[in-house]
Ligand binder design. Structure first.
Ligand code: NI
Length: 176
């Protein structure tokens, strides 16, 4: 149980593909999840992926009731998602501002699928299978991208819509 250092863009470990978890009940996985929650809460984030704390496994966490980072976002249930698979539903996309704890102080406008299905397992090995849309879908796509070594700037199509949060969105004064 500890707050870990969040790796920042430029660290090669953020660009690696991760391995699936083979034994969800391993105590090391429980410890990893606890570290991830401690780290995410300390940073005030809405999601975190294991590679962001230097662990190359397919584990993401996300969820919040209300986020200061995304004040207009509807709540997303607290979720631990292991070995996730995302399937887009339809081809509709949405372009919205996005940030990342590994890219502190910055935001970019990122296209994401509007509707997705995601599957995986919780920390007890129970299957998760949800169809979601909009911000919930965006968070899942963002976190799962970390598992294949993708950071959100790599998904952007218009780099003129990338910059420092306090310049782009002066109403959001909080550091990321
Ligand atoms: Ni991120």
């Amino acid at each position: 149980m500890a707050v870990k250092t969040i790796l920042r863009m430029g660290d090669a470990r953020l660009l690696e593909r991760t391995q699936p978890v083979t034994n969800i009940h391993d105590s090391a996985i429980r410890g990893l999840i606890q570290d991830m929650f401690d780290t995410m809460e300390n940073a005030g984030g809405v999601g975190l992926a294991a590679p962001q704390i230097g662990v190359g496994l397919q584990v993401v966490i996300f969820g919040f009731d209300r986020s200061e980072r995304y004040p207009d976002a509807p709540p997303v249930p607290q979720t631990i998602l292991i070995n996730p698979v995302i399937t887009p539903i339809g081809e509709d996309e949405e372009l919205r501002w996005e940030g990342c704890l590994s890219v502190p102080g910055m935001r970019g406008e990122v296209p994401r699928y509007l509707h997705i299905r995601y599957q995986g397992f919780d920390e007890q090995g129970n299957p998760i299978d949800r169809k979601v849309e909009s911000f919930h879908a965006r968070v899942v796509q963002h976190e799962c991208d970390h598992l294949i070594g993708k950071l959100y700037p790599m998904r952007m199509r218009d780099m003129s819509r990338f910059g420092f949060t306090d310049v782009l969105l002066p109403e959001m004064t909080q550091e990321t």
